[in-house]
Design a protein around this ligand. Structure first.
Ligand code: SF4
Length: 221
């Protein structure tokens, strides 16, 4: 069975998934800084009420921005109360194709739902493509377990005070199925994606041997 993260990585670049699979298991342990940033998503009420705690929290925006963004999420999202105090935390879900962890699991206004907490920067709107695939993988697994459709899930970027609803829908489901197929096909190194935006931040850039645009222009190629 595939891990949610495998499918999300295949959506980013199948070759990256190939390299991840070559790594020892301890390379996939969660770094302490990621845990600290993720923990912010479980402390919203405290942080909103405690200036000193908010100033010390690993948050990338000002306290005013953090409060204002969470205030807008609270006003906008019917699931806010459940997100702020979820029934399940770090819950293992097993679906038909994939298994992995949902950081929050709760009964939302639309039925069973979940949230994944991302510690990087959010896009201007929506969620990044691999994160969309990751969310759908988790939604499908929850749906499989509960034997009921899961149509809306949530993405949190706590270091930015951003919480977004994500509707699963046909387009995201198709992208998810495509990523599952891509992950299943990986048995040797797939072709490079040749995409500077993806390759520049990729941790496997050196062993992959890609030349990003700046290097190509230096080399005149
Ligand atoms: S460097 Fe680029 S092509 Fe190579 S694994 Fe990373 S994203 Fe894929």
């Amino acid at each position: 069975m595939l891990a949610f993260r495998d499918v999300a990585t295949a959506a980013y670049c199948p070759r990256k998934l190939y390299y991840r699979r070559q790594q020892p298991a301890d390379a996939h342990e969660t770094p302490p800084e990621v845990s600290r940033r993720r923990a912010v998503a479980f402390r919203y009420p405290d942080l909103l009420a405690d200036d000193a705690a908010l100033r010390e929290a690993p948050v990338d925006v000002t306290p005013t921005q953090f409060r204002s963004r969470l205030g807008s999420a609270k006003a906008r999202l019917d699931a806010w109360a459940a997100l702020a105090d979820p029934e399940g935390r770090d819950v293992l879900l097993s679906g038909k194709d994939c298994r992995g962890i949902a950081h929050k699991r709760f009964e939302g206004p639309e039925g069973p739902s979940l949230s994944l907490v991302f510690t990087g920067d959010p896009p201007e709107t929506g969620v990044w493509h691999p994160q969309s695939v990751h969310l759908v993988a988790a939604a499908k697994a929850l749906s499989w377990e509960q034997e009921t459709p899961v149509e809306r899930v949530y993405a949190e970027y706590p270091a930015h005070g951003v919480v977004r609803a994500v509707d699963v829908g046909p387009r995201r489901s198709a992208e998810y199925r495509e990523a599952v197929q891509a992950a299943r096909r990986v048995d040797g190194p797939p072709p490079r994606v040749d995409n500077d935006a993806k390759c520049k931040p990729c941790e496997f850039r050196e062993e992959c041997g890609v030349r990003t645009r700046s290097l190509r222009s230096l080399l005149g190629g």
